[in-house]
Design a protein around this ligand. Structure first.
Ligand code: ARG
Length: 235
């Protein structure tokens, strides 16, 4: 939790949900990724200090902020109205849409949400990919609810796609690009959602919001942000 340290620095615990490359993932047992390095650089540019990272399921991150187990979330988390009612966000630091990912060279090559009629579809629990499935596919009657497979993380969803247990997964475009790079799966089409990722913080913590936003500006101005995007997205 957030404690007053000595002097004017405050210690923060960060929360994330690995299995979301290249934003956060485990490499040789270590938590690595764009979000990890970006948040660390942003906090280093503030009066705050980072004591460490808690790894949780994505759907547990907002509850963890609300019960004070973590002070800041860096998890490729999309800023949206529903979440804005429970927590606050920093300024946006990355943009995304949703990719519809299928097996490569398969007979199934959808080009619109309507083409997913009757397909078995997967996403990570509590994500905006899941919202596309619930709000656009199930609600519209394109697939029955029983055809939605909800996973604790996207690594498991990708495994089930490879194992032919689902036909499609719906996942953030930059993360899809990372998964398809070294697996026989491909993005069939992109569903434009115009999402923006922000760091999540407790509702009403304006001091931390201000510090994170100033820190983001600092790392954008000093080239750190560009270096990190080159390192993790190769662009
Ligand atoms: N951007 C999506 C959302 O906010 C997915 C985020 C998943 N993040 C993760 N670390 N698993 O719902």
């Amino acid at each position: 939790g957030c404690q007053s340290g000595s002097g004017d620095s405050q210690t923060l615990t960060a929360g994330t949900a690995p299995g979301f490359p290249p934003f956060e993932m485990k490499q040789d047992g270590e938590l690595v990724g764009f979000d990890v390095e970006l948040l660390e650089a942003v906090i280093a540019a503030t009066e705050y200090e980072l004591s460490g990272w808690d790894e949780l399921e994505f759907k547990s991150l907002i509850p963890a902020l609300n019960n004070g187990n973590v002070d800041v979330v860096a998890a490729g988390m999309t800023i949206n109205d529903e979440r804005d009612e429970a927590i606050d966000f920093s300024d946006p630091y990355y943009s995304s849409n949703q990719a519809i990912v299928v097996r490569e060279n398969g007979s199934f090559s959808p080009s619109s949400l309507d083409d997913l009629s009757g397909a078995a579809v997967g996403a990570q629990k509590g994500t905006t990919g899941e919202s596309v499935i619930k709000d656009q596919l199930i609600e519209a009657g394109t697939i029955p609810e029983s055809q939605y497979n909800a996973y604790g993380n996207y690594v498991l969803a990708v495994e089930d796609l490879l194992n032919e247990n689902v036909d499609v997964i719906i996942i953030d475009v930059p993360v899809a690009n990372s998964f398809v790079a070294d697996r026989p799966i491909e993005s069939a089409f992109v569903h434009e959602t115009g999402e923006q990722f922000g760091f999540g913080i407790q509702s009403g913590n304006d001091e931390l919001a201000g510090a994170l936003n100033t820190g983001l500006t600092t790392v954008e101005d000093d080239g750190t942000y560009r270096d990190l995007t080159e390192k993790w997205f190769g662009q």
